[in-house]
Design a protein around this ligand. Structure first.
Ligand SMILES: Cc1cc2nc3c(=O)[nH]c(=O)nc-3n(C[C@H](O)[C@H](O)[C@H](O)COP(=O)(O)OP(=O)(O)OC[C@H]3O[C@@H](n4cnc5c(N)ncnc54)[C@H](O)[C@@H]3O)c2cc1C
Length: 190
């Protein structure tokens, strides 16, 4: 299938992306890795009139430690999380879960923010983020707000993100003391 016609813009900054989104909140969709949105557009389940490609905004892709938290930028790819030696030490659940996502092509393009915003109940990140009790930082032209993971997933394919908002960051409180983590997945036989 061929998607319906759309405009495509590649903002270099988050402010630029938010400005376009604020101007056209009902027509625009954010594009990150495209591994869920593009298939939906090809099936015409989604028909945005404009795609705002946020994948090249540099300060949206990172893994840092700050204020006792692990902070992961929304466009950080599954592969970046899977291959982070620091995460393997401080929160091994994250790289372990990432390693189960799709195949290497999917992990190289797909992003944690895209997966969470898509809110597919069969996806891996929503379960992990709920188990870790993460906070999700949403940003818009009006400012920023922090959404608890328990409040983020409203129902299947629906999140608490408002029109005009972009998921900017995922915050996970650094685990303390002795603990173990493990991720088990019923693998797709295909
Ligand atoms: C062959 C294949 C196998 C896969 N296997 C798995 C698997 O085993 N496990 C799994 O969990 N997933 C799997 N996926 C899905 C994959 O992980 C996607 O990468 C992910 O679901 C969506 O991330 P994305 O960056 O590609 O988002 P996109 O497709 O670009 O966007 C998805 C949705 O989120 C919105 N969005 C994206 N980023 C943001 C943001 N920062 N703020 C607000 N809205 C945003 C978009 O507007 C869109 O509605 C698979 C996909 C494919 C094609």
């Amino acid at each position: 299938m061929i998607p319906a016609q759309f405009d495509y813009i590649v903002p270099q900054t988050l402010a630029e992306a938010l400005a376009v989104l604020a101007d056209r909140p009902d027509e625009a969709k954010v594009l990150a890795g495209g591994h869920s949105l593009i298939p939906a557009m090809k099936l015409r389940l989604a028909q945005p009139q404009i795609l705002i490609d946020i994948a090249r905004i540099k300060d949206l892709s990172y893994i840092r430690e700050e204020a006792g938290q692990i902070r992961i930028g929304a466009t950080t790819t599954h592969y970046q999380i899977e291959s982070s030696d620091r995460l393997k030490t401080i929160c091994p659940l994250l790289p372990e879960a990432a390693s189960y996502i799709g195949d290497v092509q999917v992990r190289n393009k797909g992003t944690i923010g895209g997966s969470l915003a898509h809110a597919d109940p069969a996806a891996d990140w929503p379960a992990v983020i709920l188990a870790l009790g993460a906070d999700l930082v949403a940003t818009s032209k009006k400012g920023e707000r922090v959404i608890k993971s328990d409040d983020f997933f409203v129902e299947m394919m629906t999140t608490a993100l408002e029109p005009g908002e972009i998921l900017r960051e995922i915050r996970i409180t650094l685990p303390k003391g002795r603990l173990g983590q493990s991720y088990r997945k019923v693998l797709q036989p295909a």
